[in-house]
Design a protein around this ligand. Structure first.
Ligand code: SER
Length: 317
């Protein structure tokens, strides 16, 4: 019997992963937690409790009390916000991970840990096209440095203590249930919401900035495939590259215009342009596909169709 702890269940990834894991493991076995209140569908469908992952004592008590066997640690300060408060972001991103790794090391019942890495682990010196799994990694953002350091710690805990921690280098994630906050790839969510709500959007990246993106259902299925894989199928305990599609703001704009012809985008790059410019254009993820038996399903056209449809429903109420 598995009992799963989700840290950051009110966030963009956590809210959707919680619902999927509840379907698989039973509502009562997936314990959603966050430092802030969660949406009603999380609170109404199973256990939810406020939990601050920075409080290591509370964390370990929670894990023991609820006989937790798997931890998904999804709380983080994203790339744009991290540049505004570098030391705080470093402290939150690193100390929260260390608290989770230490808890998993100390509590024998915890068999598996998931922690998200990111394309932000790559830097300006990394090959931009089809970025390989193993390559030059010299991130120059606080967020990227914290993710790369986190990857090294995950691998260390696996090698040294046998903590079965698994990770994915998520690309930008596009979703309509919970909006992200403070990231560089957030434009690819905002653009859809603003298209439906206002038929206009001011984009904080330049129109030809190409970045790897993925529709949330693919990210959820990749995560579940990775966590379900047998231990000897997992070769990388630092973080697997995964890829959906690569896209620019102008390409998303053109796709949205097929549904909302009057949509207008203005381009006003801010400090996040430099962050985006340091990240890959596209990702080679053949290891994730062969080791985790996973395949993405959604491209830009299908993602756009569903985003417009679902956000329009929300707008109507
Ligand atoms: N989507 C994240 C960000 O933009 C990167 O992992 O910060």
């Amino acid at each position: 019997m598995e009992n799963i702890l989700i840290i950051g269940a009110a966030g963009q990834i956590g809210s959707e992963l919680t619902m999927e894991l509840r379907k698989q493991y039973g509502d009562g076995h997936v314990f959603a937690t966050d430092i802030k209140e969660a949406p009603a569908y999380i609170k109404d469908s199973g256990p939810f409790q406020l939990l601050d992952v920075m409080d290591d004592r509370h964390l370990i008590h929670f894990v023991i009390r609820h006989k937790i066997t798997q931890i998904y640690h999804l709380a983080a300060v994203l790339s744009g916000n991290a540049e505004k408060l570098p030391l705080q972001a470093w402290s939150i991103n690193m100390n929260s991970l260390m608290n989770v790794l230490e808890t998993a090391r100390m509590v024998e019942e915890v068999k598996r840990v998931f922690w998200p890495s990111s394309i932000a682990v790559f830097g300006p010196g990394t090959p931009k096209e089809n970025t390989p799994q193993v390559t030059i990694m010299e991130p120059n953002t606080v967020y990227g440095i914290s993710k790369l350091a986190g990857e090294r710690w995950c691998e260390y805990y696996f090698n040294r203590y046998g903590v079965d921690v698994r990770s994915i280098r998520y690309p930008g994630l596009i979703s309509y249930k919970t909006e992200p906050g403070g990231g560089t790839t957030d434009y690819a969510v905002e653009i859809y919401f603003e298209a439906v709500r206002k038929q206009a959007y001011e984009c904080f990246l330049g129109e030809n900035t190409r970045l790897p993106m993925m529709f949330m259902p693919d990210a959820v299925s990749a995560t579940i495939a990775l966590m379900g894989a047998l231990q000897d199928e997992i070769y990388f305990h630092n973080g697997y590259n995964i890829a959906g599609f690569s896209v620019t703001p102008a390409e998303i704009e053109a796709e949205i215009k097929k549904y909302i012809p009057g949509f207008r985008v203005t381009y006003k790059p801010d400090f996040r342009q430099e962050i985006a410019d340091s990240w890959p254009d596209s990702i080679d993820d053949h290891y994730a596909r062969s080791h985790n038996h996973w395949q993405n399903r959604y491209g830009l056209a299908e993602t756009t169709r569903i985003m417009i449809k679902e956000i329009s429903k929300l707008a109507i109420g």
